[in-house]
Design a protein around this ligand. Structure first.
Ligand SMILES: Cc1cc2nc3c(=O)[nH]c(=O)nc-3n(C[C@H](O)[C@H](O)[C@H](O)COP(=O)(O)OP(=O)(O)OC[C@H]3O[C@@H](n4cnc5c(N)ncnc54)[C@H](O)[C@@H]3O)c2cc1C
Length: 458
């Protein structure tokens, strides 16, 4: 093979680190390296809850592919199919057209999507917390609910707008609930009347939160969440969601306009297009990360079922950033070995543990079986993120954001992303629309009469 074409799908933890390892191992010009990805950044998702709470700007968790790679050609778009016989990936470009991308070696790392469940109203009304856009939208939505509740005289509407339900007791749900709860506390300083109305709930069908932390730290997490004022309900899930109500499986119907769904992920549907065996949607690979019977295709990260050789108690590696990052080093080496006809290496990794930032000064960490809480855990959590973020620029941005918050406090202005319609200055002229409908002072008087009838004179 004169100049092999190596194609990587996905610019997340697995994909981006694979490219960086490949670039280091392959001499200039010896291979054509291409990345198929819808965005030109790697999302550092463990810090998304801090974007949702406004502690970090969105840019600080978006690591630029252009800054982090030098020899990679970006093919913008989504990979929508893999044809292993013709060694081609079908790409849907941002313009909507389909285009082929030929490969000699392929690394699939498209990650996972938020898992959908067959719960009436869930997809229409629930908010996700997995993408950058979702985090930014969530913050705006939560702040908008408080503003609207404060402006309303209807106690039912106030209750609906001030109740927030997070589903999922894993690290995403716990960190999202804790950081948004603190955002509400900060905002409520401007809305003292709402303080007694704001309610946060965390629900999970499992009997405990953060099972990865073990029993002792798990209980501590529960105490910390309850101490923050979050009502935690375990062994319960959601039966139905409407625009203004959430019905739980224990029969409780809670007036609520914000359900945040973090309960589980499902692997990218791209993996099914290969027609190879999958484990709950994750493409099965060998310990060398190659697809059995398909030595030119490799898969890693959340979308791959990788045998866990270092832990006898779990058959497959867990879907975490820690594993995707380590798998990237092995897959890059194996891609090079396979091109050169050398034997492939097996992937082995011992879990290093987990860090959980509960916002403010609260954090929990289990590192190599050592349990930490309070300030040592916060230091470990922040230190871990500083070491894991791949770009020095992003590291500086994140540290600066943390520093600015420590000295200046929180910012609770919303950006307008959650407003109805297209976010454009062209559609902002609602006064003109109003006049067009021939609304006049008579209309104002009619609305005032309605209010007086409902709530009495001011
Ligand atoms: C809020 C949150 C907090 C988390 N906290 C932690 C934590 O503390 N520790 C930890 O270890 N893990 C954590 N995780 C999990 C971690 O983010 C994932 O396990 C990790 O991102 C998986 O890496 P990946 O490369 O498989 O997928 P991703 O990092 O998700 O990357 C997938 C990439 O593929 C792209 N893509 C998707 N579909 C296609 C397609 N069809 N074609 C081309 N490109 C595509 C996506 O745009 C994305 O860039 C957290 C996740 C979330 C959401």
């Amino acid at each position: 093979m004169s100049r092999p074409r190596i194609v990587v799908v996905g610019a997340g933890f697995g994909g981006l680190h694979t490219l960086r390892h490949l670039e280091r191992r392959i001499p200039n010009g010896a291979a054509d390296i291409a990345l198929i990805a819808p965005n030109d950044y790697m999302l550092y998702s463990p810090l998304l809850p801090q974007v949702a709470s406004g502690l970090l700007t969105p840019q600080s968790v978006a690591m630029s592919v252009h800054r982090l790679t030098r020899k990679t050609r970006l093919v913008p778009g989504h990979a929508v199919g893999v044809d292993t016989r013709d060694r081609t990936v079908v790409v849907r470009r941002p313009t909507g057209e389909l285009a082929p991308c030929r490969y000699d070696r392929l690394v699939l790392a498209p990650g996972a999507l938020t898992r959908e469940f067959d719960i009436p109203g869930l997809t229409q009304h629930a908010y996700g917390a997995k993408t950058l856009a979702e985090a930014v939208l969530l913050r705006d939505h939560v702040l908008a609910q408080l503003e609207l509740a404060n402006d309303s005289r209807d106690p039912v509407e106030r209750e609906e707008r001030c109740r927030f339900i997070v589903v999922g007791g894993g690290y995403t749900g716990v960190e999202t609930a804790a950081s948004l709860m603190r955002l509400c506390e900060e905002a409520a300083k401007r809305y003292p009347e709402l303080r007694s109305v704001i309610r946060w709930h965390l629900v999970d069908i499992a009997p405990k939160v953060l099972p990865e932390l073990g029993d002792r730290l798990g209980r501590k997490a529960l105490d910390l969440l309850r101490g923050l004022g979050i009502e935690v309900k375990l062994k319960v899930s959601v039966r139905e969601v409407t625009a203004d109500k959430v019905v739980l499986t224990d029969g409780r119907a809670l007036p609520c306009r914000t359900l945040i769904w973090t309960a589980g992920v499902s692997p990218s549907p791209l993996m099914e297009t290969l027609g190879k065996p999958t484990q709950r949607g994750r493409l099965e690979v060998g310990a060398d990360l190659a697809v059995p019977g398909q030595p030119d295709v490799f898969a890693i990260g959340d979308a791959a079922a990788v045998p866990n050789l270092s832990h006898a108690d779990s058959a497959y590696c867990p879907p975490t950033a820690q594993y995707a990052t380590r798998q990237a080093a092995t897959v890059a080496q194996n891609v090079v070995n396979s091109v050169l006809g050398r034997p492939l290496k097996e992937f082995r990794h011992k879990d290093m543990g987990l860090v959980v930032d509960l916002s403010g000064k609260d954090a929990l960490a289990r590192i190599m079986q050592f349990d930490l809480s309070g300030l040592p855990a916060l230091a470990a959590t922040r230190g871990y993120h500083m070491l894991s973020v791949p770009s020095p620029t992003a590291r500086a941005r994140i540290a600066a954001n943390w520093g600015i918050r420590a000295f200046t406090g929180g910012e609770v202005s919303r950006m307008g992303f959650a407003d109805e319609g297209r976010p454009s200055s062209f559609v902002a002229n609602e006064t003109v629309d109003y006049l067009d409908q021939k609304a006049s002072r008579t209309e104002g008087a009619r609305l005032l009469d309605n209010e007086r009838e409902r709530y009495g004179e001011d």
